[in-house]
Design a protein around this ligand. Structure first.
Ligand code: GLN
Length: 544
C-alpha cells in the first residue's frame, strides 16, 4: 500500500501516562492486519540525543542498530513490533535546530531570516515525512514527547497542525489524557481532560481519538461527557485502564476497536479482526506460569524504575518463555559488601551485573561477581558487568592486585580493561562511543554458541573501553575464555568460564534486541541455567 498515513500521539494533563505503550500497541494492532508500521518519537529537549543524559534524567538510553543513542520508548516499539528502529525514529529539538543552523551556515536559506515558523516546523515536518517517503511504510506513528502546554513542545504541535491541514484524511491525532479519581467525592473527574483538549484546540489541533488513562473502568456517562466537551465521537473515546502487564494493552485497545476507528478515519477498509494468535499465546504462557525464577539485578540505578528497562523486559520475556514467573530482586551495587553478600543473594537462582559508567558502585559489583564465581551461581555480565567480571578475575584469580579498567583508575598497574585505540583522541562525548551493531564470531562448543545456535552474530554496542588482549593468554590459561570476538578487529566481545554452570559476560547489549515474539537467546539460556540451578539446589536439599 502506498500513500502513507500519519498518526500523531500527543499527551495531556500529566506525563508518564504511557504514550509509548499506546503507540506501540496501536502499531501492533495495525501490523497484525498486515500493514507495515513504524513508530518514531520526537523529544522536545535540546540535547542532540539522550546519550549525554544520565539515567536520573532520562531512564535507560536505548541504542538502535545503526548506532543512534535513543529514547527508551524505541525499546517498546521494537519489543512490540519486532522491527528494528534507526536514527530516523528518534529526533530531538536539538537535532532539528542543529540541522537548521547547519543549513543556515551553508547559506541554504538564501538570505532569508531563519525562524521557528516556517524553518523549524519545516524541518520537523521533513523528519516526519522522511520515514514515509520511500513508500516503505503504510503507517508512520509519531509520538510527541512531553505534555500539551509545555513551551518546548509548541513547534512540534504547530507542525502537527500544519500536517493535518496539508494531508487531510491521511493524517490524524490521538490525544492521551488522565481521568483522576477523587476518593473523597467518589468521583472520576473529566475537567483536566477537557482543559487539555481545549489547549490542543487552541493550537489548532483537533484530536480524532482520545485515550483516557484511568485506574478503573469508566462508565458510559463519563465517556459521553468527554466526547461532548471535546468534539470527539463517543466511539473514539477509548479507555486505557491499568492492566497487570503492558503486553495486555494491545488487546485492551483491540476490544475497544481502536484500530478499526483509525482505519475508518484514514479511509481504509476495516476487514476481519486479526486473531493476534502469537500474542495471545504469549500472554497465556505468562498467566499459566506458576513457579518462579529469582534473579538479582546488581546495579547502581536500581531504585530508578526505567534505568534498566530493556534488561528488565528481556528477563521477563525469557522467564515467560521458560514458563516461569520472574521474581526480580534489585541489588544496589553501592550497598553490596563482603559481609552482606550472602544475605543479599539468598534464594536467588542467578544474578545479572548491569552496564554502567564510572566508579560509583563498582566495588559492590566485584563482590557480587566473586560470590557468583566461587559459589557457581549463574551470572550474566552486560557491558560494564562483563568488564567487572574480567577485573574481578584478574584480581582474585590471576593475583593481579589492583587490576582495573582505565575508566576507573588511569594509573592502574594492570590495565585489563583499557580505552579502545579509536577512542584515544576523542574529545567530544556526544555520540562518539562504539555504537550500534557489530559482527561477532562465537567459538563452537561454548555456552554462548549453544545458546545462539550459530557462529556469526551481530549485536549492538555502547562503550569506549575494551578487554585488553595483552592479557588474553593469562586469562584463558586460568580458565576465563574469550569465546566471542569481532572478526575484523579481534576485540573480545564475550567471555565465559566453561567449568561453571553459566558464567558469561558480553561487551555488547543483548537486551536491546529481545522482543515479544523473539526473546533473546542469551537471556533464554541464562534463565534456563538459573532454573536448573534452582532445581539442583532443591534436589540436594531433599536428598540430603
Ligand atoms: N563504561 C564502560 C565503557 O565505556 C561500559 C559501558 C556500558 O556498560 N554501556 O566501556
Amino acid at each position: 500500500m502506498a500513500n502513507t498515513k500519519y498518526i500523531f500521539v500527543t499527551g495531556g494533563v500529566v506525563s508518564s501516562l504511557g504514550k509509548g505503550i499506546v503507540s506501540a500497541s496501536l502499531g501492533k494492532l495495525l501490523q497484525a492486519r498486515g500493514y507495515k508500521v513504524t513508530i518514531q518519537k520526537f523529544d522536545p529537549y535540546i540535547n542532540i540525543d539522550p546519550g549525554t543524559l544520565n539515567p536520573y534524567e532520562h531512564g535507560e538510553c536505548f541504542v538502535t542498530v545503526d548506532g543512534h543513542e535513543a529514547d527508551l520508548d524505541l525499546g517498546h516499539y521494537e519489543r512490540f513490533l519486532n522491527v528494528p528502529t534507526t536514527r530516523a525514529n528518534n529526533v530531538t529539538t536539538g537535532r532539528i535546530y542543529q540541522s537548521v543552523i547547519n543549513k543556515e551556515r551553508k547559506g541554504d536559506y538564501l538570505g532569508k531570516t531563519v525562524q521557528v515558523i516556517p524553518h523549524i516546523t519545516d524541518e520537523i515536518k521533513r523528519n516526519v515525512k522522511l520515514l514515509g517517503s520511500k513508500n516503505q511504510y503504510d503507517f508512520v506513528i509519531t509520538e510527541i514527547g512531553g505534555t500539551v502546554g509545555d513551551i518546548e513542545s509548541l513547534p512540534f504541535l504547530e507542525s502537527v497542525r500544519q500536517l493535518k491541514w496539508e494531508m487531510g484524511k491521511n493524517c490524524m491525532c490521538i490525544h492521551l489524557t488522565y481521568i483522576p479519581y477523587i476518593a473523597a467525592a467518589k468521583e472520576y473527574k473529566t475537567k483536566p481532560t477537557q482543559h487539555s483538549v481545549k489547549q490542543l484546540q487552541e493550537l489548532g489541533v483537533q484530536p480524532d481519538i482520545l485515550v483516557l488513562r484511568t485506574e478503573h473502568e469508566l462508565n458510559a456517562n463519563i465517556l459521553h461527557k468527554v466526547a461532548l466537551f471535546c468534539n470527539v465521537e463517543v466511539d473514539a473515546v477509548i479507555q486505557s485502564i491499568d492492566v497487570p502487564t503492558i503486553y495486555e494493552v494491545p488487546l485492551m485497545l483491540q476490544r475497544q476497536k481502536m484500530d478499526e476507528i483509525v482505519l475508518k478515519k484514514v479511509g481504509l477498509e476495516i476487514g476481519p479482526r486479526p486473531e493476534m494468535k502469537r500474542w495471545k499465546e504469549f500472554l497465556k504462557r505468562k498467566s499459566n506460569a506458576t513457579e518462579t525464577v529469582s534473579i538479582g539485578l546488581v546495579g547502581k540505578y536500581v531504585e530508578l524504575q526505567d534505568a534498566y528497562k530493556s534488561i528488565d523486559e528481556s528477563l521477563l520475556l525469557a522467564s515467560i518463555y521458560n514458563d516461569r514467573k520472574l521474581d526480580l530482586r534489585l541489588i544496589h551495587s553501592e550497598k553490596v559488601t563482603e559481609e552482606n553478600i550472602e544475605e543479599l543473594v539468598k534464594g536467588l537462582d542467578g544474578i545479572v551485573v548491569a552496564p554502567g559508567f564510572g566508579q560509583r558502585g563498582i566495588e559492590g559489583k566485584f563482590v557480587a561477581i566473586r560470590y557468583a564465581r566461587e559459589h557457581d551461581l549463574p551470572c550474566f555480565g552486560i557491558c560494564l558487568g562483563m568488564q567487572c567480571m574480567v577485573i574481578e578475575f584478574a584480581r582474585n584469580v590471576l593475583g593481579l592486585k589492583d587490576a582495573n579498567s582505565t575508566e576507573m583508575e588511569s594509573n592502574t598497574p594492570y590495565k585489563v580493561i583499557d580505552l579502545m585505540a579509536e577512542q584515544k583522541d576523542v574529545t567530544n562525548m556526544g555520540g562518539t562511543m562504539r555504537l550500534g551493531e557489530y559482527d561477532c564470531t562465537l567459538k563452537k562448543g561454548t555456552k554462548v554458541y549453544e545458546a545462539y545456535g550459530k557462529e556469526n552474530i551481530k549485536e549492538r554496542h555502547r562503550h569506549r573501553f575494551e578487554f585488553n588482549n595483552e592479557y588474553k593468554e593469562r586469562f584463558e590459561t586460568a580458565g576465563m575464555k574469550c569465546v566471542g570476538e569481532n572478526p575484523d578487529t579481534n576485540l573480545v566481545e564475550v567471555i565465559e568460564i566453561p567449568r561453571l554452570k553459566w558464567f558469561v559476560g558480553v561487551q555488547y547489549h543483548p537486551e536491546y534486541s529481545s522482543t515479544v515474539v523473539n526473546p533473546h537467546p542469551l537471556f533464554l539460556s541464562f534463565i534456563k541455567a538459573a532454573i536448573e540451578n534452582k532445581q539442583a539446589k532443591h534436589s540436594i536439599k531433599s536428598n540430603g
